[in-house]
Design a protein around this ligand. Structure first.
Ligand code: PHE
Length: 491
């Protein structure tokens, strides 16, 4: 009865599309390509794949299993395990809260760029005011009212879908959006790798760059890859616990826990193939101001230039609109999962009290609060135009430590650091320790085998992952993080 009230996926395919949709997002299209390029190319890819294999699959299985077993969102799940773990649930919940606040601001950027190229198709100068890519981006990010407007549009879309419920909103949207996304990215990949000079980008991507690894340091590369993996797979903050809680016992958890990371990683590689060869081609062709640079600049300045100057004309505008629409769709299927993590807590509470879930109202209120939290990253111009950064004083107030101040250029960095940098690896470490040592991995076995007629295949592997590999890997990630904040110089 409770389960009925909370909602359930209508089919395993629908669940997979929603979960893969959550995983695939800005992290894949924007984060993965440049992190791979800047951190040793092919060697980074190998490290990333190893992390997915030994940490990603197990964490995914653990989250789905806990969610389905306890049938609650992230806070409810940890509370059911033990009252004293409730705070771990809150860590996850807060991660969702902070990530969505800045994610929606960036999502708004993609909407702006989509409209921009769309308008340019019909009238030159209508979309971007005839400005150069860098100039446009610079003027856009400091134009707070406009950034807020697009942040509102993006958040509005997210709220509407989540209001529709699990099968009626999230699943329905994802089941159409995700297959479309795969087709779209393949079209962009084909265009990208067939441009003259694309080999420059392919080389940047795939060349095993030992020098870069030496220079950056293996531990740091490992930390970057691990952070990227968590963010990209939506792990460590209870998103998959929440989605798992809407799964029926008939669905095969072990298989699902493999499919989601494989699909996400495949898409990350496809995104790299969509972005980097195009950038490389225009470096080769000598288009000015195109480089493999990192940060929002790659997605919003370099790629804008690739479409507007590199390709140019109607086709450039067409592919520009097409590409940013793709990024928008990928971002929305992620943002809905973030909002769902936050709303599920209140829905669970009401259902436990025997009240109606009131999903629409809760979603709307939660969405508005997160929208307001997004004002800070939306209005600080990503830290541009402030030598030293105005943001810097705030963590200094919080932590009272000088060294901490230099770590953040802007609010977006700060939100990202709390969630992706600290709460998520901490959440994954604690979850895995709880599963491995307190609840024991037999719990995972029982939950997986509660699917009629199914026998767990890789029990020993999961056992070792939960007990040793995941906690140890996360410990190093957290150590690396502390090292960065406080300049300890360990790595
Ligand atoms: N995985 C999403 C991305 O790659 C972001 C995300 C993180 C979504 C955590 C949900 C939970 O963009």
């Amino acid at each position: 009865m409770e389960q009925e009230k909370r909602g359930q996926w209508a089919s395993n395919f629908g669940f997979l599309m929603a979960a893969i949709g959550s995983a695939i997002g800005l992290g894949n299209i924007w984060g993965f390509p440049y992190k791979m390029g800047a951190n040793g190319g092919f060697i980074f890819l190998i490290i990333y794949l190893a992390l997915v294999s030994f940490v990603g699959f197990a964490t995914m299985l653990g989250e789905l299993a806990l969610g389905r077993k306890y049938g609650m969102g992230v806070i409810g799940t940890y509370r059911k395990i033990s009252e004293k773990y409730t705070w771990i649930g809150w860590l996850g919940w807060l991660s969702g809260f902070f990530i969505l606040a800045f994610y929606s601001v960036l999502g708004g950027f993609t909407v702006r760029y989509f409209f921009g190229f769309l308008l340019e198709m019909f009238s030159s100068g209508a979309g971007f005011g005839g400005m150069d890519s860098g100039a446009f981006f610079g003027s856009y990010i400091i134009n707070a009212p406009v950034v807020l407007l697009y942040h509102a549009i993006f958040m509005g879309a997210t709220i509407i879908i989540v209001m529709g419920g699990i099968s009626g909103g999230i699943e329905k949207f994802s089941a159409i959006a995700m297959p479309t996304l795969f087709v779209m990215v393949i079209i962009v990949v084909i265009r990208s790798v067939t441009l003259e000079g694309s080999f420059v980008g392919l080389e940047f991507m795939f060349k095993p760059d030992i020098e870069a690894i030496k220079e950056i340091g293996l531990m740091r590369v490992l930390k970057t890859a691990a952070g990227q993996m968590f963010f990209s797979l939506s792990l460590g903050m209870g998103c998959m616990i929440t989605y798992g809680s809407y799964l029926s016992k008939n669905e095969n958890l072990e298989k699902n826990a493999m499919i989601i990371p494989i699909a996400d990683t495949t898409f990350a590689c496809l995104s790299a193939l969509a972005v980097l060869p195009a950038v490389g081609a225009f470096i080769y062709q000598g288009v000015e101001g195109v480089s493999f640079g990192a940060g929002p600049g790659l997605l919003f300045v370099t790629l804008h230039r690739v479409f507007s100057v590199g390709m140019g004309g109607f086709m450039g505008n067409f592919f520009g609109a097409f590409f940013y629409f793709l990024v928008f769709i990928a971002a929305v299927t992620s943002s809905i999962s973030l909002l769902e993590v936050c709303t599920a807590y209140f829905i669970d509470k009401r259902v436990a009290k025997g009240l109606s879930p009131d999903r629409k109202k809760i979603t709307l209120i939660m969405g508005i609060i997160i929208f307001l939290l997004g004002f800070l990253p939306a209005m600080d111009g990503l830290g541009s135009g402030r030598a030293g950064g105005a943001m810097i004083d705030i963590p200094a107030v919080i932590f009272g430590m000088k060294e901490v101040r230099v770590a953040f250029d802007c609010w977006l960095d700060f939100y990202d650091m709390i969630s992706e940098g600290v709460f998520m690896p901490l959440g994954a470490m604690l979850m895995s320790l709880i599963i491995g040592w307190k609840l024991k991995t037999t719990l995972i076995k029982e939950e997986v085998e509660s699917t009629p007629g199914y026998q767990i295949r890789a029990y020993n592997f999961w056992d070792i992952c939960f007990k040793f590999i995941v906690p140890l890997a996360m410990f190093f990630v957290l150590l690396g993080q502390l090292d960065d904040f406080f300049g300890l110089g360990i790595f």
